[in-house]
Structures are given as C-alpha cells and as structure tokens.
Write a protein that binds this ligand. Sequence first.
Ligand SMILES: Cc1cc2nc3c(=O)[nH]c(=O)nc-3n(C[C@H](O)[C@H](O)[C@H](O)COP(=O)(O)O)c2cc1C
Length: 429
Amino acid sequence: MADLCINLAGIKSPNPFWLASAPPTNSGYQVQRAFEAGWGGAVWKTLGEPIINTSSRFAAVSFNGQKVAGFNNIELITDRPLEVNLKEISETKKRFPNNTIVASLMVEPKQEKWHEIVKKVEAVGVDGLELNFGCPHGMAERGMGSASGQVPALVEKQTYWVKEVAKTPVIVKLTPNITDITATAEAAVKGGADAVSMINTINSLAGVDLDTWNTIPHVAGKGAHGGYCGPAVKPIALHMVGECARNPRINIPISGIGGISNWQNAVEFMLMGASGVQVCTAAMHHGFRIVEDMIDGLNNYLDEKGIASVMELVGKSVPKYSDWGNLDLNYSVVARINNEVCINCNKCHIACEDTSHQCIDMLKDEKGNSILKVREEDCVGCNLCAIVCPVDGAINMVEVPGELPPMTWNERQAALGALSSKIGIVKKS
Ligand SMILES: Cc1cc2nc3c(=O)[nH]c(=O)nc-3n(C[C@H](O)[C@H](O)[C@H](O)COP(=O)(O)O)c2cc1C
C-alpha cells in the first residue's frame, strides 16, 4: 500500500483529503465524525464576527438529472461564538492528534485584529492557519473576504501582519473573482505566506423562479449574489491551480479546492500542482463517508502505477501545461468511427454538419446498412463528434503523422521575424 501522508508547507496529514472550511466543519461534533470516517484534515468553518444566520441560504443547480451539478450559497462565516469554537478545536485536536486542523480566519483588515485572533487560535493547538480572502458575499461588503482578496496590496499586507505573530504555517485562501489569480497569489508570497489555497466560491445567481419571479435562493423576496461551487467549477479551479503551479514566482505549496468529488478529481489537482485537496460540496451532497472511496481509489491507483508515495504525484502534469503559443501547430488528429460499435444515432453527423466541418458522411455498406464515415482529409480533429457520441469507443481520435515538422506559434513568429530582418522588411509603426 502506498504512503498517503502529505506535508503541505510543514502541515502534516495522514492523507490528502481535507474538508474545506464550510458547513461540514462547523463544530467539534462534525469534525470528529469526519475524522472517524477517514478525512485526513479539516479547515474549520471561518472564525470571526459578527454571527449572522441568513435564511434561506443555499441553492443547487441541477443539470440533466444530476442533482447538484453546481451549488450556490449566501451563508456567512461561523454562526457560533469564538470561545465555543476554540474549546471544540482544542477537544478535537486532543482526541485526534494525528489529524490536521487548520483554523480559517477572517477579520477586519487591521493589524491588531489579525494579531489577536492568530494568538487565540494558535493557543488551542491548531496545525495551521488559513486566511479567508475569498468569500464573495456578506463579509465582502464590509471590506473582508473577497473585497480584501481582490486587491493584491491588501492580501500582501494582511498576510504580513499574520506572519508577524504566527507560529504555525499560514495558508492564504484566494478568491477566483479576479481576472488573474496569480497576481494575488504572488501578493501572498510577498506577504510571507507558506502556502496558498484555491478556490473559494465564484460570484453567482443560481436562478430565477418562473412563477414568483423571485431569485433562487431569496430572503423575504429579495436576492443577492452568492458563491458558486461544486462539480461545475472544477475546470475553473483546476486552471487556477495550474496557472499558479507553473508560475516560478509562486514557489509555495498549493491546496487545491473546487468541485473535487472523487479520488480521480483529487489526483488531477495533485498532478496539476496541489499538495493536497479540500472538499466541501461533495461532502454536503453525499456525506462524510465518500472519503472511504476516495482513499481506496487513490491507494489502488498508486499501487497500480507502482508509486510509493502520493506526494510523488504533485506537479507531474505542470510541465505539460503552457501557453497556447507553445503548442505544436503541425500536430494533427482525426476522428475514426468504429462501425462495429457505432449505433448510427447520427449525433456525430448532426454536430459535425451543423456546427463543425461537415466531414462525416452518411453512407451505405455493401449490405445496404447505414454507416457513418469520416472524410479524414477534411477533419480538423476538433473532438466534437467524440464528445457528443453516446457510445464509448465508437469514435476514436487518432494521431496522424504530419507532413511538416513540429512548429509552435512562438517559433513561427520568431522564424518570420528573422526572415523579415534578413530580407530587409521593416515593420511600419
Ligand atoms: C455553504 C458554504 C459555506 C462556505 N463557507 C466558507 C467559509 O466559511 N470559509 C471559507 O473559506 N470558505 C467557505 N466556503 C467555500 C468552500 O470552502 C470551498 O472553497 C468551495 O465551496 C469550493 O469547494 P467545493 O466545490 O468542493 O464546494 C463555503 C462553501 C459553501 C458551499
């Protein structure tokens, strides 16, 4: 069996699966049950003030029969007094000394407020701190959460204040509600952060009720933007993790969050540079016991690959992630239909005919049966037919040898530039 232990900026955990700061980590009762179920760590529901309950507060976006494809909330931070949370953190740590407890914190952007809360939570034995610069609603209106997290200077300054007194590692949790997350990740590094975590929730409105015209959710007939998470946000989160992981100026570990629902998703985040993952929506949807499958699946995957430690996965896909300008423009794949498997539903033909390159022909074979065939010379290898095909293995995308040697856009532009100067073409400005 492989070693599932992780070390994220000095924070050790028996496995990479942590519960993210959210309703599942709201109390000692819950976190202790989560540890019993197998979760390696928990980021406690954000501590801070004031205590406010928004009712109602959740909405799910269902898609094609999947109940929680996306999840939206207008909840604030903890709904319990700091002293109660601190007592329960201390009890939980004593009962589960090998599991990881990270305290999520959010206070006003004032040095003394940060110093005060850091000292209080470290006194009860947390393994690390996570600064919540991410929540997009409620607290942001008061200069906290994403209102801080969208301004690199504020991220840097507040991280610095925390580092002035912190004895445990400091993770800065970033908001995705920003054009370029690497700007705030770099600010966290400058402030002295030991790690970054991403993503918090994305600004969203889950829907509008067609009968009442109320927003979903609504509070006494009024709505406000909420934070979106769950499976739908996974590609956005994975991209942000990848962008930070490949940025040499962000040379600190990453805790990956956003839509992680199973072990495969966790492996993807780790390959893209995360040293561990955090989960919220999947646990809210299916309960704590989903971690059993996550641990089993990860163990089997590592054993099958002959990998001794899960940490060996971290960042393995990062060198394969780059800018569009570095892609080989002469590489090509074409679609090939396996008529033994194809059920002739024609979805590929319709997709190609209506919205792609009109290169899937409807033909008859020698027995007069309908078959679909790709005119490979006209296929641009866009993948659309394989994406819409409902039958596994009916359409394969196959690499075809190119006539030209590999050349990226950047190489092409450099070659053209060299050629222009050689033949004396001067660009008009
Ligand atoms: C109802 C709800 C409450 C949340 N509260 C917090 C919070 O207090 N602090 C925090 O840092 N993130 C909070 N989050 C964000 C999650 O920690 C996590 O970043 C986000 O949900 C993305 O992960 P997921 O797709 O696995 O849900 C909350 C999320 C939800 C759904």
